[in-house]
Ligand binder design. Structure first.
Ligand code: PMP
Length: 363
């Protein structure tokens, strides 16, 4: 133990959602509803399945370590140069690459209270000092975050929308914040849930890295594109920053199936549209139920919503598990009375709502 870096010794590991098959074994139930990891409820799309099928005979080969085809497809769709793109084993790896490339133990890393759990973990893993800034209405307090930046700050994480709160920052506020940062600070704008945000209010940030060379935008195929199990995400940055990240990344960090599937998913506009439609309907369904139950929730721009159950949420989480429904307690985010629920299909949402009603009644 003492051989590990000081930060690593104190690390509290990331706790993923409880796996479906584990609960199935424990309870002997045939149907488990998992609304715990902000996954896409639609299942694998036909175009992605076909792309994976077509790639299977190639698996004895290494993947294209440069990700040429996927970068070209992303470049065409997003209007950025392929050289600005870094591909990662999930967007988690993009966040990690930023830390490994730029942050050492003398640095500080700024992020918000209630922000995505990986930020403190990555900070501790590289032995840097975390500056957690108190949230405002569960969202990021950008003025306070800016005030927390000092000469030792190297990275600031902004999650927009944030997980687990679903809170969204206004475009002007984010841009003003990024523009205000000194040149020794990198800003990671984590947009894992970008596609779910109402186009009328979402932050179109992809052209910003040309103006702000210290900005890195992280996006993922795990959520709206439905590829969480394949692990593929990407960073958009200035060419200079992308060049550095690509030097540090492992040569074959994005696997062949993931590269092929992501390219197919990008082209499947119907799947994406259906995902957004199902999410919008499901969000309405859940929040209507919360309202009827007299529960408050945090208005969310993502594919999940955190609801205040008015009491310690852990016993309710456990009671829901006994009914075969997996949601996410967020006590580790300093939100002990909230449960985070991912938006499922209409049927999954209904099963969750029914189970919630029962556990609130104590039956
Ligand atoms: N950022 C945020 C805010 C997230 O919620 C998640 C997933 N929970 C990620 C990044 C990482 O997702 P992935 O590695 O699957 O791209």
């Amino acid at each position: 133990l003492e051989l590990a870096l000081a930060g690593v010794q104190q690390l509290v590991p990331y706790v993923p959602g409880k796996p479906v098959d584990e609960l199935q074994r424990e309870l002997g139930l045939t149907e488990i509803v998992k609304l715990a990891s902000n996954e896409n409820p639609l299942g694998t799309g036909a175009k992605v399945a076909a792309a994976i099928q077509a790639t299977l005979p190639e698996l004895t080969r290494y993947p294209d370590g440069s990700g040429f085809a996927l970068k070209a497809a992303l470049s065409g769709k997003l209007g950025v140069a392929p050289e600005q793109i870094t591909l990662g084993n999930g967007s988690s790896e993009i966040l990690e690459l930023v830390m490994r490339t730029f942050v050492s133990p003398e640095h500080e890393v700024v992020f918000s209270q209630h922000a995505f759990a990986l930020y403190p973990i990555l900070t501790q893993a590289v032995g840097a000092r975390a500056r957690k800034v108190p949230a405002k209405n569960f969202g990021h307090d950008l003025a306070a975050m800016r005030a927390a930046v000092n000469e030792n700050t190297r990275v600031v994480f902004i999650a927009n929308p944030n997980n687990p709160t679903g809170t969204l920052l206004a475009r002007e506020d984010v841009e003003q914040f990024v523009a205000s940062l000194p040149t020794h600070v990198l800003c990671v704008l984590d947009e894992a849930y970008y596609e779910f945000v109402d186009p009328a209010v979402r932050t179109e940030s992809l052209q910003w890295p040309e103006r702000y060379p210290n900005l890195i935008i992280a996006r993922t195929f795990s959520k709206a594109y439905g590829l969480a199990g394949l692990r593929i995400g990407y960073g958009i940055s200035s060419i200079e920053v992308a060049d550095l990240l690509n030097r540090v990344r492992q040569p074959f960090n994005s696997n062949m199936l993931a590269l092929a599937a992501a390219e197919a998913a990008l082209g499947d506009v119907d799947y994406l549209a259906q995902t957004i439609a199902v999410n919008n309907v499901g969000m309405q369904q859940l929040t209507t139920a919360f309202k009827e139950l007299g529960l408050e929730w945090i208005p969310s721009s993502g594919n999940f919503v955190s609801v205040d159950v008015g009491q310690n949420a852990l016993p309710l989480y456990e009671a829901l598990l006994q009914k075969g429904v997996i949601v996410r307690p967020v006590a580790n985010y300093e939100m002990p009375n909230h449960l985070r629920v991912s938006i499922g299909t209409e049927r999954e949402n209904q099963i969750f709502i029914q189970a919630l009603i029962e556990v609130l009644r104590g039956v």
